[in-house]
Design a protein around this ligand. Structure first.
Ligand code: FE2
Length: 275
């Protein structure tokens, strides 16, 4: 499909979901965010992980029920976060419930997966690995890195707008000790050699935009906020990013941040960003 086909269309709503870490996450807040996403009818929803708290199998069906208003697996793409991979076996339990949301168009499981919607390539990574207590690091791993590089090459040749979804902040700078990607240097090298048009990550509960070096210019790296954060400080509000992609346009990415009010608990626009 030609690049111009997406001009003016809203492609992807992104939320980063953190369920029931009781004092800092609220399901009522999350429901308000989900309702707002549904009102805006994004063409696709990308969830960047941490759907549950401690990777306990019964948590996943509960999360699935809450997610259901967002749409079917064809309409929603999910990647795991570190809380989804909390202990050995957690990711298997997640896959039993969310497998159709976490596979490629070919139906194959494994990461990274590739989904193509219109002229957008969604590449889903898994960096969730069980870690020692008090650590929340993630790891891409060499096999995933090699497959990521191949997918980025192939989808570039196909003229697709390449969006990489990865839970952990994938760059070395701006990450707190014990919370980053252990092989961020390798991820940065892949971006530097193969490029991408946009990288989405979660994990930090904060909206952020950084840029990584790419072969033909900087690659925007967008961190999305938590969709269930209890209203507290303006730096820790529940929000999601409504992203309009216009491949080939003068401003190919436009991000509308929509977050919940401190007092009225209503969701509204809280900022516009063009990385
Ligand atoms: Fe996380």
């Amino acid at each position: 499909m030609p690049v111009r086909a997406l001009v003016g269309k809203r492609l992807t709503g992104v939320i980063n979901w953190h369920r029931s870490r009781a004092t800092i996450h609220s399901m009522a807040v999350l429901d308000a965010i989900i309702d707002d996403i549904a009102i805006h009818k994004p063409d696709h929803v990308a969830l960047t992980g941490d759907l549950v708290n401690v990777g306990y199998p019964p948590e996943f069906p509960v999360a699935a029920a809450r997610l259901s208003p967002l749409g079917t697996p064809d309409h929603v793409s999910i990647i795991p976060g570190n809380h989804d991979a909390y202990v050995r076996g957690s990711l298997d339990a997640m896959a039993r419930v969310f497998g159709p949301f976490m596979c490629g168009d070919d139906g194959e499981t494994g990461y990274p997966y590739l989904r193509v919607r219109q002229n957008i390539a969604l590449i889903g990574m898994n960096t969730g690995v069980p870690t020692a207590p008090f650590f929340a690091t993630g790891t891409m791993g060499r096999p995933q890195g090699e497959r990521l590089a191949r997918l980025l090459q192939d989808t570039r040749k196909s003229g697709l707008f390449r969006v990489v979804m990865i839970h952990h902040p994938p760059l070395r700078r701006g990450v707190k000790f014990g919370r980053g990607l252990t092989d961020a240097k390798s991820f940065e090298r892949i971006l530097r050699e193969e490029g991408a048009e946009l990288v989405l990550h979660g994990h930090n509960h904060r909206f952020s935009i950084h840029h990584a070096a790419g072969p033909s210019g900087p690659v925007p790296v967008l961190g999305v906020g938590s969709a269930s954060a209890v209203p507290g400080t303006p730096q820790h509000l529940a929000e999601y990013s409504l992203i309009r992609l216009t491949p080939g346009g003068s401003q190919p990415i436009r991000i509308e941040r929509r977050g919940i009010g401190l007092h009225d608990r209503k969701v509204s626009e809280i900022g516009i960003s063009v990385p």
